[in-house]
Design a protein around this ligand. Structure first.
Ligand SMILES: [Cu+2]
Length: 481
C-alpha cells in the first residue's frame, strides 16, 4: 500500500491534428483545447525527480507551475495506483493562456470511483476550484486535494465536471488505472512463491505465468486476467467548430455537436502509430514508466495483451480488432462474471467467456479486453510460402501483382516509428527474408484495429485517419515447430 500524490494543473493548450493519412504529415489543423498537465509528485513521501516543480507548497516553484499555462494536452496525465493505495490528486487552476478573461472553476471527477460526495468532483453537489490570480507579489495557489482509496482493480477515467458538456469536449480527461495489489491477489488465492519465484493459485503452481510477472501483470484479482503487455485505448471525439467557438468567445449550442476528428489517446491516425509524446524516457522513475499512452500495440507471438478501452467521447464506438478474438475480462472495474465462475480453476474453456471481435463502448464505459497473439503459422505458413492444393504460394502471387502495379504492395510502418527515418516493410519483403528459420518469412504480422463506423476512420473527411491504429506481432521468443 502506497500514498501516491498527483498534482494536476488545469489550463488550456493547442494540439495539431493531421489532415491526411500521410505518416508524419505536416498538413495539420491547430485545435484549441482545455486539459490538465502536471502528474505524479511523490510516492510515500519520495519526490519524483522529473516533477519536483509540482511541489506547490514551495514558493520557489510557483513560476515553474505558472509557466505550464497553455501546455494542456489530450489526454491529461495518466493516474494509476493499486488496490489499497491512498491516491491524492491536488488540483490547481492555473488559468488560460489563450483566454485570459476566462475564469471558470474546474474539478476532478474520478469517473467510476467509489468516493464520498465531497470528493466526487460534481461541482453542483460540492465545490469548484477557483483560478489562481497572478497578483504582485504572488500568493499561494488556491488548491484542493481529492482522495481516492481504490477497493477494486480496473480501468477508470477522470475528467473535469464543471459545465461538463463543454469542458469534457474541450479535452479535460485522462485515464485512471487501478492494479490489484499482492494482498488483493492473495485474498483470491493468487500468491507468488518467495523462494522459487513461481506464481501459485491456491496450492497449484502456474508455470505459464513468467517469474518476472508482478501484481501489475493482472487486470483483476483473477488468474485469467494475466497479461504480458497493456495498452490504454482512450477514445474521444472532437468537433473543431465547437473548439473554435470557445476560443473566439462565441456561444455554441451543444445540440449542434458534429465531430470531425476521432482520437485514440488524443491522436488521430496516422499519429496513433508514433511514440506518444506523454511517454517519459526509458530511464525515468518506474512510477512514471509503469504505463503510458502509446497506441501502436507491439507484442511477440504467443504474448497476451490487455487493451484498456475507455470511451470519453460523445459517440458510441464499435471498436473492431483484426487478427484475434478478444476475451472481455472486465467492464467498468468489475471482473467478468464468466471469469468469476472460473476463479478457482487454472484451466477453463475460453469459449465459455464473453469473446468477440467488435467491442461496442458507450460514452463513460470501460472494457478490459485480453487478446492472445496466437501463432498462425501452423495453418497459414505453408500456403503463403509454398502454396498448396494446386494454388501457387501467396508470395509468388504477390510478386506477379507487383509486376503489374508496384503500388499494389503497401509499405507498412514498423514500430517504433521514427519520423526522421521511418522503417517500413511490405509483404514481399517478408516473403524474401531468408528462410533458414521457420520464423523468417512469416513475421512480423500486422493487424489494424479501428472504429467500425468507418466514416470515423477519417480526419476532417479524409481517409485513412481518425480512430485507427495497428498491432505488430513479432516472432515468438522460442521457435516451436
Ligand atoms: Cu473544467
Amino acid at each position: 500500500m502506497s500514498n501516491r500524490h498527483y498534482v494536476l494543473l488545469a489550463t488550456d493548450g493547442l494540439i495539431e491534428l493531421p489532415l491526411d493519412g500521410e505518416l508524419c504529415t505536416q498538413n495539420r489543423k491547430e485545435v484549441y483545447i482545455f486539459g490538465f498537465t502536471g502528474g505524479l509528485l511523490e510516492v510515500d513521501g519520495i519526490k519524483v525527480k522529473e516533477n519536483e516543480y509540482l511541489d506547490y507548497k514551495n514558493s520557489d516553484n510557483w513560476s515553474a507551475i505558472l509557466n505550464k499555462k497553455g501546455t494542456a494536452t489530450i489526454p491529461s496525465p495518466l493516474v494509476w495506483g493499486e488496490v489499497g493505495d491512498n491516491i491524492y490528486i491536488t488540483l490547481i487552476n492555473i488559468g488560460m493562456k489563450y483566454l485570459p478573461d476566462f475564469r471558470d472553476f474546474h474539478t476532478i471527477h474520478m469517473h467510476g470511483a467509489h468516493v464520498a460526495t465531497q470528493l466526487d468532483g460534481f461541482p453542483e453537489s460540492s465545490f469548484g476550484v477557483p483560478m489562481w490570480e497572478e497578483t504582485d507579489p504572488l500568493t499561494a495557489p488556491p488548491n484542493i486535494t481529492y482522495f481516492f482509496h481504490p477497493e477494486n482493480p480496473g480501468t477508470l477515467m477522470y475528467h473535469c465536471h464543471v459545465e461538463a458538456s463543454e469542458h469534457v469536449q474541450m479535452g479535460m480527461y485522462g485515464a485512471l488505472v487501478i492494479y490489484p495489489s499482492m494482498e488483493s491477489l492473495a485474498e483470491n488465492g493468487i500468491t507468488k512463491c518467495e523462494s522459487c519465484g513461481y506464481w501459485k493459485l491456491n496450492d497449484e503452481y502456474l508455470y505459464h505465468i513468467p517469474k518476472t510477472a508482478t501484481n501489475r501483470n493482472f487486470a483483476y484479482n483473477n488468474i485469467h486476467s494475466y497479461f504480458d503487455k497493456e495498452y490504454v485505448m482512450l477514445l474521444s471525439d472532437i468537433d473543431s467548430v465547437w473548439h473554435e467557438s470557445v476560443r473566439a468567445g462565441i456561444p455554441f449550442n451543444a445540440v449542434n455537436f458534429k465531430p470531425d476528428f476521432w482520437l485514440v489517446n488524443g491522436r488521430a491516425f496516422p499519429d496513433t502509430l508514433l511514440p506518444h509524446p506523454l511517454t517519459p524516457s526509458y530511464y525515468s522513475n518506474k512510477n512514471l514508466t509503469q504505463i503510458d499512452y502509446n497506441s501502436y500495440v507491439h507484442v511477440k507471438t504467443n504474448e497476451k495483451f490487455l487493451l484498456r478501452m475507455i470511451n470519453m467521447g460523445y459517440q458510441v464506438v464499435p471498436w473492431h480488432i483484426h487478427g484475434w478474438h478478444f476475451t472481455v475480462v472486465g467492464k467498468d472495474s468489475h471482473l467478468s462474471p464468466f471469469l468469476k465462475l472460473a476463479e478457482n480453476c487454472e484451466h477453463f474453456d475460453h469459449e465459455a467467456t464473453e469473446m468477440g471481435f467488435t467491442n461496442t463502448i458507450g460514452s463513460g464505459e470501460t472494457y478490459d479486453l485480453i487478446l492472445s497473439a496466437d501463432d498462425k503459422r501452423a495453418v497459414y505458413r505453408n500456403y503463403i510460402v509454398n502454396g498448396q492444393d494446386g494454388f501457387p504460394s501467396l508470395c509468388k502471387q504477390l510478386r506477379e501483382i507487383q509486376k503489374i502495379d508496384p503500388n499494389s504492395i503497401f509499405n507498412i510502418p514498423e514500430e517504433p516509428v521514427n519520423c526522421a527515418n521511418p522503417k517500413t516493410i511490405n509483404d514481399i519483403e517478408i516473403c524474401d527474408q531468408p528462410c533458414g528459420d521457420p520464423n523468417d518469412n512469416f513475421f512480423p504480422q500486422f493487424y489494424p484495429m479501428h472504429n467500425h463506423d468507418d466514416y470515423k476512420v477519417t480526419n476532417n473527411g479524409v481517409y485513412p485517419g481518425g480512430q485507427l491504429t495497428m498491432i505488430q506481432t513479432d516472432a515468438p521468443d522460442k521457435i516451436m515447430q
